[in-house]
Design a protein around this ligand. Structure first.
Ligand code: HEM
Length: 397
C-alpha cells in the first residue's frame, strides 16, 4: 500500500514540475516591457506614474474548479536557513487558484460575516492603489481563469458564485474608512484564495501597510500590523534574526523594486489544529493572550497541519504602491508523510531550527508527537529505498 501511494505521489509531483516548466517557458506570454526609470531617483514618498502594463497571462491549462489540485509546495529544506528567499515570479502565476477555491471563499465569507472590519481596511491614502489593484486583477483573472471569471464593463463577474463585483460606476464608491461602498481590498480578497496587503512608501523611505484584506492568516492580525512599517511588522512578531539578517536587504529591496519585476517566496509553519482562518490553539483571535506560549501540547497527530505560504510582491505602475499577496496551502501531516522523501526532509528541517526559530514556531508544543511520527514514517520509506541521497532538490516542491 505504502509503495503504491509513494509511487502515485512521485508521479504527480514529476507531472506537476513538467507542466510548470512548460508554462514558464511559454512563448505566448507577452514579455513585460522594461520599466522606465522615471522613479529611480525619486524623492521618497513620491511616484511618477509609469506606463508598464501587466503582461496578459495565458489561460491556466485545463483549469477546473473541481479537479485542479493545489500546487504541491513543500517549502522546507533539510537545513533551515533564515534568508529573504525571494525568486523571480512568472507573470502567469500572480494568483494561484485551484479546487480549494470554493472552500477558501466560503471560509472567507464566513469570517467576514463574523468579524468584518477587523479583517480588512483601506486607508484614505491607499484608496487609489486598492482600485488600481482591482483593475490589475480584472486584467489578470479572466484571462488566466476564464471558466471562473468574466470581465464586465464595471469589474469582474464570478461565473461560479454569480458575484458581480463592480469596482466603479456605482454611486456607492468607497472613499476611505467609514465611507459608503465596499472596501476594494475586500472585493479583491473575495476573488482569490490569497490574503492581500498594500504597502506604501513614506517620505523617509519606509514601507507602511496602508491597506489589507487579511482574512485567513492563521497566526497574525491585520489590526496589529495596519499602519505599521515593515520593521515594526516583523519585530513585533519576533521574527527570528530580523534585525541581523533581513531588515536591511528587505528595506533596500522594497525601495528598488521596479514595476517590471515581481518576486515570490515560500515559507512553512506547523499548526496544531485544523483551522484555516485562525489557529485557535494559540489563543482567541481577538482575545488578550495570543501566542504559542498559551497553547497546549498537541496530542493528536491527525490535527497537525503544514501551513505553507506562497507570497508574492510587485509594484503597481500608477500608484507606485507594492502589493503583497499571501496564498496559504494547508495540508494534514498524515497526508504529507505519504509523499516520497518528505518525512525525513521535514524532520531534518525541524531538527535544524535554532532556539529562536523553535520559539517562534511553537516547537515545544508539537515536538513530542510530531518528531517520533516523522521518524517512523521516514524509516519506513528508507526501507523501501527512498534514501535522502536519492532525492532531487526541487525547492519549493
Ligand atoms: C521581501 C519581503 C519579505 C520578507 C523577506 C519577509 C520575511 C519574513 C519572515 C522570514 C518571516 C517569518 C516567517 C517566515 O518564515 O515567513 C515573516 C513573517 C511575517 N511577515 Fe514578512 N517578509 C516580507 C514581507 C512582508 C510584508 C510586505 C508584510 C506585510 C504584511 C509581511 C508581514 C509579515 C507578518 C505579519 C509576519 C508574521 C509576523 C508574526 O509572526 O507576527 N512581510 N516575514
Amino acid at each position: 500500500m505504502l509503495v503504491v501511494v509513494l509511487l502515485a505521489a512521485a508521479v504527480l509531483s514529476k507531472e506537476y514540475r513538467k507542466s510548470k516548466s512548460t508554462t514558464s517557458k511559454s512563448k505566448s506570454l507577452q514579455k513585460p516591457q522594461k520599466s522606465l526609470s522615471l522613479n529611480k531617483d525619486r524623492k521618497f514618498g513620491t511616484w511618477t506614474p509609469e506606463s508598464f502594463q501587466l503582461p496578459v497571462p495565458e489561460p491556466f491549462p485545463n483549469w477546473d474548479i473541481k479537479s485542479t489540485s493545489p500546487l504541491p509546495y513543500r517549502a522546507f529544506k533539510h537545513k533551515y536557513n533564515i534568508t529573504m528567499g525571494i525568486r523571480n515570479m512568472d507573470w502567469n502565476s500572480w494568483f494561484e487558484l485551484d479546487n480549494e477555491w470554493t472552500k477558501f471563499h466560503e471560509e472567507k465569507l464566513k469570517r467576514v460575516k463574523q468579524y468584518d472590519k477587523k479583517l480588512h481596511e483601506t486607508g484614505v491614502e491607499a484608496v487609489d492603489a486598492a482600485y488600481e489593484l482591482l483593475d490589475e486583477m480584472r486584467n489578470y483573472l479572466p484571462a488566466r481563469y476564464p471558466t471562473l471569471f468574466q470581465k464586465t464593463n464595471l469589474g469582474v463577474k464570478n461565473l461560479e458564485t454569480g458575484e458581480d463585483h463592480k469596482f466603479r460606476g456605482s454611486y456607492r464608491v468607497y472613499k476611505g474608512p467609514g465611507s459608503e461602498g465596499e472596501d476594494p481590498m475586500l472585493i479583491a480578497a473575495k476573488m482569490v484564495q490569497d490574503d492581500l496587503a498594500v504597502m506604501m512608501e513614506s517620505d523617509n523611505g519606509e514601507y507602511i501597510l496602508k491597506a489589507g484584506a487579511v482574512i485567513l492568516p492563521g497566526f497574525w492580525k491585520l489590526e496589529d500590523k495596519y499602519n505599521q512599517t515593515l520593521e515594526n511588522i516583523h519585530t513585533h512578531g519576533d521574527v527570528p534574526k530580523f534585525k541581523e539578517k533581513l531588515q536591511s536587504p528587505m528595506e533596500k529591496f522594497f525601495i528598488r523594486l521596479t514595476c517590471d519585476k515581481a518576486v515570490v517566496r515560500n515559507n512553512y509553519f506547523l499548526q496544531t489544529d485544523e483551522e484555516l482562518g485562525w489557529s485557535s490553539s494559540i489563543g482567541d483571535e481577538f482575545g488578550e493572550k495570543v501566542g504559542w506560549y498559551t497553547a497546549d501540547e498537541a496530542n493528536d497527530i491527525s490535527k497537525i497541519h503544514l501551513r505553507s505560504e506562497r507570497q508574492s510582491l510587485r509594484r503597481l505602475p500608477k500608484s507606485g504602491a507594492i502589493v503583497f499577496t499571501v496564498r496559504t496551502y494547508f495540508i494534514p501531516i498524515s497526508k504529507l508523510v505519504e509523499e516520497p522523501y518528505i518525512p525525513r526532509r521535514l524532520l531534518n528541517g525541524i531538527q535544524s531550527w535554532e532556539e529562536d526559530v523553535q520559539e517562534y514556531r511553537g516547537y515545544t508544543k508539537f515536538k513530542d508527537i510530531l518528531l517520533p511520527y516523522l521518524e517512523q514514517k521516514a524509516e519506513a520509506q528508507e526501507k523501501l529505498g527512498y534514501l535522502p541521497e536519492k532525492e532531487t532538490n526541487a525547492f519549493p516542491f
